[in-house]
Structure formats: structure tokens, C-alpha cells
Design a protein around this ligand. Structure first.
Ligand code: SF4
Length: 344
């Protein structure tokens, strides 16, 4: 039986691409890549695989490519989209990675759920050509949803795939996809878009501000964890090259503790409930535990979100601890204007 290796995002288009091939009797292995920015909903891989098989009849393999993705995000040769999304380089990376896995999965060709003209950056005809060329997938990549609008691939020419049973979808409309979903008996599928945090307009400034510092960290695993931290809680730049994260709730606080790295300062309120704070250097000078200015700003931000006294943020005791020192002191909460100036 012919086997295809399909990039799988969990969205309707990728579900349909798999099902269109499966309807021809092709065995499809769907590959779901995970990074801190997309596929965060996967959670436990086995549970996810069982869910995809039960809902869509699709066999999914999950691969964490977070570390490898750092190089893509750091220097995307084709640049960024409207936000921090390096879509063309991301697609090239995914296809190149999948191509290298063809032999491992015993697959004859690759497939994606791309629809010609659906996305402004990566699904224009010229961009699709670039992606195919630069990923080394020329002739290898079948796009079942729009194949009839594109030149025949090797798999079609060799008769592994029946081109006549592939589709000719284009543009941003979803009507045809919905009709196909109904035809395949697929009812429960995610809403379009919204799956990739790199396209989030609100997160863009935060990515742009802190990414250069994060990429300056020498260890790739630390870079990945720092991006995870960037997606948690409230963020401030108390001084150039310094990064303070405050938890918004218990879940954030636990995440902050899990992502704490050597060299970080942990801030806690002592005399009232308050958020956890994590202060990290991205090249800036942290100073000693008693560094009055920095400690005062960081503690003042923490107190701003601690339990209020008579309805107002009030002075309180904050503990600052690192691997090498511990300091407790009484600090004043930062005012609104100062807070807004430091918030990222
Ligand atoms: S939206 Fe996100 S996951 Fe999709 S191609 Fe762009 S960067 Fe990659």
C-alpha cells in the first residue's frame, strides 16, 4: 500500500487533505509538529493520537521540534509576516524536516492541506513554489486540496495518486471545505486560524522586544524555555536587558516556578497574598541582592498586583531570592504611569 507523510496542523484543511488521500486507499501518516508557538493544545501525545483517530480516523505522529525551530525564528531568510510569523521559512523548515523522515515512515511522498491563495504569505502561488524548491521537495509534495491547479507531482505521474480524484480549491472561502467535511462525516473540527501564537497581533511587540535577548542566551534549551516564559503572565522591562514576569493566577505562578532558570531572581510578597515574580537577565546587569534601584522597581511592580489595602496598592514586604542571595525589604508599589512605561 502506498504511504504518504502529511503535515498535520489539526485544522480542517489538513484533516481533509489526509482524508482525500485516504479515500484513494493511500495510507496516511499525519505529522504534528510542536513548538511553544503552535500545537500547544496537543498535551499528552497518546491522548491526542487517540482523539484524532476517534474523531477523524487519522493516525497522527507528534514531534517536538522546538529546538530546531529556534534557528528558523532567529534568522528567517524570507522575513516575517505582519507579526512575528516567519511563515515561508516555517513551511520550508517543516517540509524539510518531514522530507528527512520519509524513509523512517516508509512513505513515498509528502502532503499538505494547503489551498492556493488562502493565506497571504505562504499560500500564494509564487510562495508555494519557493517553499517547495527551498525545502528540497520539488515533485515530492502533493497538495490534495488544490492539486489540479498545480503541475502534476511525481506521485501523480507515477500513478501512486489519482490526480482526477484530487481537488482544485482556491481562495479564502470555506464553503467547499465545509461541504467536504460533511461528505466525510466530519462535524467536530476547529475554527480556522488562531492556532499559531506567532501571528498574534498583541504578542508581536513582546516578541520583538525580548527575542533578541532570548537569542543571546547561549543554550538552545534555555531559549525555548524563555519563549515559553514569554507566553506566560505579565511582562515588564524594569531596565535595559532585564525582564520581569509576574503571574496572573495560580497556573501562571506554577509555570513561572517550573521555568525558573539559574541566575533568575524569584520575587514573592511576604505580608499579603500576591503574584510570583521572575526577574531574568537578557544581557542586562542584575547586580547584587541589595541593588536598591532594580530591587525597588521589581518589588514595586509586584506590589502593584498584590492584595490591596483599603482598595489601594500599598507598601509591603517583598522577598527577592536567587541562587546566591536572599533579601527581604519593605517597598512601595509603583505608580500607574511608571508601570505603563515598563510594561511590554
Ligand atoms: S502561521 Fe505559524 S505555524 Fe503557520 S506557517 Fe506561519 S509561523 Fe508557521
Amino acid at each position: 500500500m502506498t504511504r504518504a507523510l502529511a503535515l498535520f496542523s489539526g485544522g480542517l484543511d489538513s484533516i481533509l487533505a489526509c482524508r482525500v488521500l485516504m479515500a484513494q486507499g493511500i495510507d496516511v501518516v499525519a505529522l504534528r509538529f510542536i513548538t511553544p508557538f503552535f500545537a500547544a493544545d496537543v498535551g499528552d501525545a497518546e491522548r491526542y493520537q487517540a482523539e484524532m483517530r476517534a474523531k477523524y480516523g487519522i493516525g497522527v505522529q507528534v514531534r517536538d521540534v522546538s529546538r530546531e525551530f529556534m534557528a528558523v525564528l532567529r534568522h528567517p531568510a524570507h522575513g516575517f509576516g505582519h507579526n512575528f510569523n516567519p511563515c515561508i521559512d516555517c513551511r520550508i523548515f517543516m517540509l524539510r524536516t518531514a522530507r528527512a523522515l520519509l524513509a523512517e515512515y516508509g512513505a513515498a511522498f509528502l502532503a499538505t492541506g494547503e489551498v492556493l491563495g488562502q493565506r497571504p504569505m505562504s499560500q500564494r502561488r509564487d510562495a508555494m513554489g519557493i517553499i517547495e524548491r527551498d525545502s528540497g521537495c520539488g515533485g515530492l509534495l502533493v497538495r490534495p486540496l488544490c492539486a489540479q491547479l498545480l503541475p502534476a507531482t511525481r506521485a501523480e505521474q507515477e500513478g501512486l495518486v489519482d490526480r482526477l480524484r484530487l481537488l482544485r480549491l482556491s481562495g479564502r472561502g470555506r464553503a467547499e471545505q465545509k461541504r467536504l467535511a460533511a461528505l466525510f462525516g466530519i462535524r467536530d473540527y476547529p475554527a480556522p486560524a488562531g492556532g499559531c501564537l506567532l501571528t498574534d497581533v498583541n504578542l508581536g511587540p513582546r516578541f520583538r522586544r525580548f527575542a533578541p535577548g532570548i537569542f543571546g542566551l547561549p543554550d538552545v534549551a534555555a531559549q525555548v524555555d524563555s519563549f515559553r516564559l514569554l507566553l506566560t503572565g505579565r511582562h515588564f522591562e524594569p531596565a535595559p536587558g532585564l525582564w520581569l514576569v509576574l503571574g496572573r493566577n495560580q497556573q501562571d505562578n506554577e509555570r513561572l516556578l517550573a521555568l525558573r532558570a539559574p541566575g533568575d531572581w524569584l520575587l514573592t510578597t511576604v505580608d499579603r497574598p500576591g503574584p510570583l515574580g521572575l526577574l531574568r537577565s537578557l544581557g542586562g546587569e542584575m547586580g547584587a541582592a541589595g541593588n536598591g534601584g532594580l530591587a525597588g522597581i521589581a518589588a514595586g511592580l509586584l506590589l502593584r498586583y498584590a492584595r490591596k489595602v483599603d482598595g489601594r496598592a500599598a507598601p509591603g514586604v517583598v522577598r527577592l531570592e536567587s541562587e546566591t542571595g536572599l533579601r527581604e525589604g519593605r517597598f512601595a508599589p509603583l505608580g500607574e504611569a511608571a508601570l505603563e512605561a515598563l510594561m511590554v
